[in-house]
Design a protein around this ligand. Structure first.
Ligand code: GTP
Length: 600
């Protein structure tokens, strides 16, 4: 058993792309955890999508052994964390399992919005923080500026900073030494009660639920009986172990350490992230502080393109959810699209990732509807309805007023971009509440903006007007009353529910016009004229027309050749399969996708 004083539990926190995964790889190589033969880049990012996009989605703990300068072998438990704003929740969960954090700053980019957000999370949990300036090999590295920023923005002593190039492998031994010296070992607990926190869970089709745990006191052993505190559910542990870097079975998980357990549970829903695992015979009296429940911020519906695929889609989303507690779904039906699911996501990136995984890992052909936030709709009869789907918005005649969610954004940017970013905030119905100088070249803007507006393209626009140097972080703020209306699209007089969106009343005309014009080009001419209208309530605010096909397609066949005629008709039939019939009109699937792309 490793003595607690020789254990170090830490995370690496950073803004996206500052080099967390690369540094984790170097540490693992240095601790001889992986040899050069089996090494592939970003070992901890094991989903295909993570490797491809170069982003970390899931946290994944790994145990390394490091022989320090004092000749002692230390157990180092590294918990990798994702950097994108959508996954701040995962970061805080991982930090709850640690005593320290390595704060990574890209020497060429300096402190970014996510750096500040992550430092705040680490400070809230009283973790020891070791600042690291990474990528010092880059010609554009400005180490002095980074050290200045450390003191001025993050209030961390610059002399503590370790200078590293994860790429060229410089500074990594010094960093491992700093971890041993500066990050405290897990605190000794007096009690012998068994207490471990589940900070993440994954579902493996062969092995069942695998929960990642940090033991605070007592121990967890293979075949022992455990109890899950929140539900009182009792079960046995089929297996316990640690990641090195793959799962390695052990006998016991001792206090202070990080590892995995495989409880004998039928349903993955029985394990709750944030729950305390304790001994079934001598359960603890008080649970460990858990985590806040996460609420999805963005909703969108997913429908199979081919209605026959509904059951496969159902199976696929349920499987996905097992590995992603933040993703929620509920069955729903749409007049235009048939049976599908209303899904909740942490943010847009999360939404894109889930859709992409459904397409790739599960081979699903899906249509996703325009993303929506959750509105508070106050009715004239005094009741409140929470609406996340424009199609469910009550009759406007019954609505007293609507509130929409606002976020507070912290935007960091070079001084010269301030004018254009202020304009962008205004254009998105936001308000800048504070400006602060960060250092000689950078400024932080604090702004309050409707989530709806931030969701779609705010980040892309911020990046483009600041030539990639602006970064942002946001947190939910409150709900505010806004003049919002439902914009419907009617095709040949029939409203297509999947095209409906909730928009600010000042944006209705512009958005309506863009949508009807776009649809006019996508919906193919049919035997009759098709009117496409955008309407708010009963008033039509924009319209366009798809002209009728003048000639019968088969007239080309000069009457006689029956096989040619049949072939043509068959071709037409095949074409129709990829269409959705709405009333008398066939709408191609691209139309649904195009509507999603209309952002203005
Ligand atoms: P997320 O997982 O998405 O948060 O990103 P990350 O922080 O894990 O970054 P990652 O390790 O994927 O590195 C981002 C990019 O920076 C990659 O292209 C790396 O090759 C590069 N990089 C990492 N460390 C160094 C370094 O020390 N020097 C240089 N020049 N490039 C580096």
């Amino acid at each position: 058993m490793m003595q607690q004083k020789y254990i170090r539990n830490f995370s690496i926190i950073a803004h996206i792309d500052h080099g967390k995964s690369t540094l984790a790889d170097r540490m693992m190589q240095m601790c001889n955890l992986i040899d050069d033969r089996t090494f592939h880049e970003c070992m901890l990012d094991d989903m295909d999508l993570e490797q491809e996009r170069g982003i970390t989605i899931k946290s994944h703990p790994v145990r390394m052994n490091h022989i320090a300068e004092d000749g002692i072998s230390y157990e180092m438990n590294l918990i990798d964390t994702p950097g994108h704003v959508d996954f701040a929740y995962e970061v805080s969960r991982s930090l709850a399992a640690c005593e320290g954090a390595v704060l990574l700053i890209d020497a060429a980019q300096g402190v970014q919005a996510q750096t500040v957000a992550n430092v705040n999370l680490a400070m809230k949990q009283n973790l020891a923080i070791i600042p690291v300036i990474n990528k010092i090999d880059l010609p554009s590295a400005d180490i002095d500026l980074c050290l200045e920023q450390l003191e001025d923005i993050l209030m961390l002593p610059a002399e503590d900073a370790v200078l590293v190039s994860a790429k060229e492998n410089t500074g990594v031994p010094e960093l491992l030494e700093a971890i041993v010296k500066q990050i405290p070992p897990p605190p000794q607990t007096d009690g012998t009660e068994t207490k471990a926190i589940i900070f993440d869970s994954v579902y493996n089709p062969y092995r069942g639920v695998i929960s990642y745990v940090r033991i605070f006191s007592g121990s967890l052993e293979k075949n022992s009986s455990i109890q899950l505190y929140s539900t009182g559910l009792k079960t046995e542990l089929k297996e316990v172990g640690q990641f090195a870097p793959d799962m390695k079975e052990g006998k016991t998980l001792y206090p202070g350490t990080v590892g995995y357990i495989i409880p004998n549970l039928k349903s993955p829903k029985d394990t709750k992230i944030g729950d305390t695992v304790t001994d079934a015979i001598r359960p603890c009296s008080v649970a460990l502080p858990g985590f806040e429940e996460i609420k999805p911020m963005v909703f969108s519906s997913l429908y199979p393109i081919d209605t026959n695929d509904y059951n496969t889609l159902k199976l696929s989303v349920s499987k996905l959810q097992l590995n992603d507690a933040a993703f929620s779904y509920q069955m729903e039906t749409s007049i235009a699209l048939g049976f599908g699911f209303r899904c909740g996501f942490l943010g847009l990136l999360h939404m894109e990732i889930i859709q992409e995984r459904l397409r790739r890992e599960f081979n699903m052909d899906i249509i996703a509807t325009y993303p929506s936030v959750v509105y508070n709709v106050y009715l004239k009869n005094g009741t409140l309805e929470k609406i996340d789907n424009p199609a469910h918005l009550p009759d406007p005649a019954n609505i007293d007023y609507i509130e929409e969610p606002y976020i507070e954004a912290n935007i960091m940017l070079p001084n010269k971009g301030i004018g254009s970013v202020m304009n962008l905030i205004m254009e998105k119905r936001g308000e800048c509440t504070k400006t602060e100088n960060m250092d000689r070249n950078h400024i932080v803007l604090t702004a309050e903006i409707p989530l709806l507006e931030v969701m779609i393209d705010f980040h892309d626009k911020l990046k483009s007007i600041t030539s990639g140097y602006g970064s942002m972080d946001y947190a939910p703020l409150d709900y505010r009353r806004s003049k919002l209306v439902k914009l419907d699209i009617l095709v040949n007089g029939d409203p297509v529910d999947a095209f409906s969106t909730i928009v600010h009343h000042e944006h209705t005309r512009l958005r309506g016009k863009i949508l009807v014009d776009r649809l006019k080009d996508i919906i193919p001419p049919q035997m009759f004229k098709i009117a496409i209208q955008a309407s708010v309530g009963s008033s039509v605010i924009a319209r366009s027309t798809v002209r009728a096909l003048r000639k019968d397609v088969t007239s080309k066949c000069y009457g006689g050749d029956i096989t040619r005629k049949r072939k043509l008709l068959e071709k037409q039939k095949a074409g129709k399969k990829r269409m959705k019939q709405v009333g008398k009109v066939n709408i191609p699937q691209e139309a649904f996708i195009e509507v999603l792309k209309c952002t203005e």
